[in-house]
Structure formats: structure tokens, C-alpha cells
Design a protein around this ligand. Sequence first.
Ligand code: ADP
Ligand code: MG
Length: 715
Amino acid sequence: MTSQRRRALSNIASRKCEDKGSGMEKPVTEIYGEEVFNLKTMKDFLPKPVYIKLLNTIREGAPLDQSIADDIANAMKRWALEKGASHYTHWFQPLTGATAEKHDSFIEPDAEGGVMMHFSGKSLTKGEPDASSFPSGGLRATFEARGYTAWDPTSPAFIKRGRNSATLCIPTAFCSYKGEALDKKTPLLRSIQAVSKHAKRLLMALGEKNSVRVNASLGAEQEYFLVDKELFMARPDLLQTDRTLFGNVPAKHQQMEDHYFATIRPRILSFMADVDTQLWKLGIPAKTRHNEVAPAQFEIAPVFEEANLAVDHNMLVMETLKQVADEHGLVCILHEKPFAGINGSGKHNNWSLGISDGRNILEPGSNPHENAIFLTFLGAIIQAVDLHADLIRASVASASNDHRLGANEAPPAIISIYLGEELTEVIESLQKGKASGKAKTGGFMHIGVDALPLLPMDTSDRNRTSPFAFTGNKFEFRAAGSKQSCAGPNMVLNTIVAEALDEIATKLEKAPAGKRIVELQDIFISIVKKHGRVIFNGDNYSKEWEKEAAKRGLHNMKTTPEALKCIVSKENIKLFEKYKVLSGTELHSRYEIFMEEYHKTIMIEGKVGLNIVKTMIFPAAVKQQAILLENLIKLKTLGIKAGAEPQKKNLELVGKAIEDLSSLVSRLEKGIVSHDTASILKELVSARTTVDALELSVDDELWPLPKYSELLFMY
Ligand code: ADP
Ligand code: MG
């Protein structure tokens, strides 16, 4: 073991958990949301008429009345100053996939040598950051480098604290000079509008009142790894690529199934408690925390919220995990596949549609009217997913997620829907128009006439292999990557479902009110007939499913470049333009940005891998060779035969590996020079084979990289 590794391990061993064991300092109810300019705070700080107008914007999506912007800004400033803030920032989500902020202080010199604290309605509603260094995919010519950030009143402002700072963060959308979206929030907001509009139309066609509003909801379960900071720092691959490019799975990894839901170690629990506290202060409803399947893997899940807010909150969850880990001498890894041969991390995207009166459209009902609504929306989703599986797949495409999808631990790249046996049976009997023994009324089953028979209200599915599973009252999309923003997948879901709802609503609206239920039956049956192929309740990890899916004509796009192409297909541009979510130009720019990101990621991995091989592994192998050689020469000089043969064999092995490494280096270099990502990926895999074999034969004292057994178990 190298001295660096040894030091790290001894520091871990002597670490003490400083938990006092006294629980929270203040009750959760007292700290919850204390850093948020939420409705309650607004009510306290705003004149009543202003509060009512703003509430109207937040709840009903009414355009913001500019005349109240100054009042709101003033109230926000007073609140933020009371909280100790000195700066404000428009907080946005550029296409890098991270969040961005540029802080401005509130100060304004008063011409007498002092300052006043100032914040105007204009500064609240509009910002003009220099956008030239954010990816735009050609949308923004350099001569108009200005980008605009525009306040999103539906996601409340909050205070972000550093050790000695407090900054008022205002969630914003980020657009180019001409109003083209340069971020992830803008199209998400547009897609929510589209799905709300058509869901409402359909509800009204089904007899609901005009006053209902529909919003998409999201609960994002977040998986992550924690690794000791000192060990992490000794791995250039983790530092630079967020994943290990080399390393053998240790003898004991996850096969004992002893990590999942196991007792949480004190150091980790102390970390988790700090994460929860910070999130609660930010008004983020962190609910669940537990050990995950892989060693050193964990999960945090919030209570679901309106999709736009939930996406913002998930971005803050990821940021908080990273920051708090650092304070605890840990590093939080959000990469989808940081360790080969060990489970990767995903983000389960739980999605549904909620009605303003508290009902959930995806909750199977207990009366015929509710069932009609449920089944109609279910039909819409089946149609949407089948028609646009390509877009769903594209929405989770990234260099890092490619390592996980289809690797027998995460859903495959084939997008299908799991409905569960019972629901599938109901659908089949509806389709066949056959007698269903289970229908309450007996005889034939009809939408909107029969209550759903014996539907398990708590369909928690035990089939964890489906990428898109109905789980009782929501769909759980499981292919999303752990480090991705949820904005993309939800933007796609909302848009494709909006299209299906629009189509069904248009048909229903044409039928006379009395005939709609019959019409509904026909629509549903024809949807299942056309799109039922996308339903699959079996084992998604199996080879048979891959074959079966191919027979059914379903996509199976294994790599990001393959998956991304559909973003700019003619039909998909038409779809996004029709629902005013993204224009053709915006889609083309996104395609370019995502491809470039993929390309850059692999180039970086190639260079890091090359460097590690050349400067760490190769020298270690040579040292090993030298030790063996020296010993063999001595043995020979003394005429000792015993023990010489095995050392010679080892010498051969190491010599061969040195040769392999050197030819690998030249192939990798070639791939890098010619920007050939496919070749780089291939060479990285073969480098791994050689390096990992060496790891098993080189003296542990000489091995330069912390091993998996250390990274995954020493914390
Ligand atoms: P699991 O999937 O691990 O069994 P749960 O079913 O309890 O866990 O919920 C997982 C996530 O789904 C949580 O974040 C939860 O808030 C969210 N969720 C529950 N109901 C809905 C819903 N109607 N819409 C969106 N998300 C929901
Ligand atoms: Mg889940």
C-alpha cells in the first residue's frame, strides 16, 4: 500500500463521529422553509392587494402585473436583509446541466460616502448576464452575447448561505436576446402549460367544471455514492471524470445484499442529518433516506411537488449533497456509473397529473366517473409513450448514463410500460368487450359505467426492471440518470402526453355529451390496439425481451449519439413546435449542445485514462518488473533454483502487460488526436482489462490507485 493510501486509511480509522446524539437543535416545524420567501412570508411582507395579485400569478399562471414588481422587490429585499443577505442573484439552469448564479450586492453609494441597500422591480424581474460563455448551440451570435434571465414567480426565492455569506436567489428562466430558450427551465414551463391546457380540456369534455386546474407533479428519488475525500483525491479519474476508469470489483461487494436498508453508519447518518436540515430550511420536503444496494450507495427522496418546483428542488438537493459531503470529509458522487461491476445510480422520476382540488388523475377511482377519467388518461399515456419512446430515450441520453442503461441493473434502453397484471387484465377485458368476472356490474365491462374492479389501490410493483412503471397512482420513469436534471425528461413527458390528450379531447368534444362514454370506449380500444405493444410486464433485463421488443418494433438505442438524433427529426420538431415547447432552431441548438457535451466527456475520459496509464500504472509495472528481475539475477548468481520459476512466470506476465500498455497508449493517443470517441471508448475498456489484471499481480505496496475495496468500504 502506498504511503498516501495508508495515510488516508489511518485518518478514516481514527475519525470520530461528532454527533451529540441530542437530535435536532430546533423542531423541524420551526426551521422548515425559514430560508424561503414563501407564501406565508409574502403575506407578512407584502401589502394585501399586491399579495393577492402575485398569488394569482403563482396559482393561476396569470401574467405578472408589472406595476407590483417594485413592491415585491422591496418586500423581498427587506426580508433578505433581515436574514443577513448582502447580495442577490438570478439563479438559472443553463444547458450545462448545472445551475448558474452571478451575485450582485444590494449596495448603492449614497454620494455621502455611505451606501444604501437597493433592489428594484426591474432587477427582480429581469437580469442581463453575459451569456457568451454558456452553451447556446449557435443560437446566440457573439455580437449579441447578452442573455436574459426572467423571474419565475412560481418557484419561490430563497437564501443560500455560505460560511460567511447569505445570498438571495431568484429562480429564473434564461433566454437569448431574441427570446430563444438557453436553459432547461423555459421549455419545462412551456410543456407544463401545454399538458395543463389539454388535460383541462379533456376533463371538461368528461364533465368536470371549468374551474379545475391541472399541474404535472414530480417526486425525484435521488441515488448517490459517498467516498472518503482523501481516497477520492488520490484517484485522478474520480477527480476529473467522476467515475473510476480502472479497478477490480473486490471479493466482497454487494453479493451479500447486506447494505440495502442496513443500519446507517454514524458518519453517514451525521451527513444525512445535515443534508435534511439544510433542505428543510430551503423548504424542500426531504422525506426518505436509506442505504442503497451497492456498498457506499445511498438514496434521498422528497415528497412530490409541482414539477417545476420539484425540478428546482432536485437541483438544490444535488448541490446540497455535494456541499455537505465536503464538510464531512466525504465526496458525493452523482455519476451514473462510478464503479464498474457495481450497481450504478439513477433518479426515479415519479410523474403524475394533479388537479387543483387535490385529486390525482392517475389514481384509479372508486366510482365510474373517476374510472373514466383514469382510463382515458392512461390511454393517452400509453399512446404517448409508444409514439414517442425515441424522445423519452433521448431525454436521458448522456455519456455517463450510457454505462448504466441496459447493464442489467437499470432499465434497458428499450422504453416500455409496466402496468401490472390486474390493470392489464382490466384493459384486456375492456378491449375484448368480453365479460369480466371482476366488473362490479357483472357482464361486460364499459368505461365510465363500471367502477374499476378489484384494482389494487396500492399497486407497488415488484417488477423493478421496467423503465416506465405504473406504481398505483403515478408513473415511475426509472431510466433518468442520477446526475441529470429532471427538466428534460419531464419536458418530454408533458409534451407527448399533451399531444395525446389534445387528440382525445378533440375527438370527444365533437361527440354529443350523451354519447361521449361510448365514444370513449372506442377511443380507448383503438389506442390499446395500436399502441398496446409498448406494454410489457415481464423481466426487462432478460435477453428474450430484447428479442421480443425487436419483434414488436420497439426502439433499442444503446448509445447517446444514436438516441439524440431523434431530437431533430421532422416529426419531433413538428410536435414541439405545435405545443410551443421548443422551436426547430432551439431543438437544433440543443442537439448540438448535447452531442458536444457527449464528445467532450469522452475526450476528457480518454485523456485522463491515458495519463493514468502513462504516469501511474506503467511506472508501477516497471517497478514490479525491476524487483522481480533483480531477485531472479540474485537467485541465478547464487545458483538457487527454488522459487525461480513462478517469479519468471510473473515477470512474463508483467512484461506482457507493459507491452500491452504501450501499444494501448499509442492507440488511445491516436483516438484522442482524431477525436474518435468510439475508438476512445473501446480503448478505455481494453486499457481497463490490462490495468485491472495488473492490479491483481503487482505488489500492493506499489499500486498507485486506491482500490475498490478501500473506496467502497472505508468511510
Ligand atoms: P418507492 O418508489 O421507493 O416505493 P414511493 O412510492 O413512496 O417510493 O414514492 C417515491 C416517490 O414518488 C416519492 O418522492 C413520492 O413523493 C413520489 N410520489 C408519490 N405520489 C406521487 C404522485 N402522485 N406524483 C408524483 N410523485 C409521487
Ligand atoms: Mg421508487
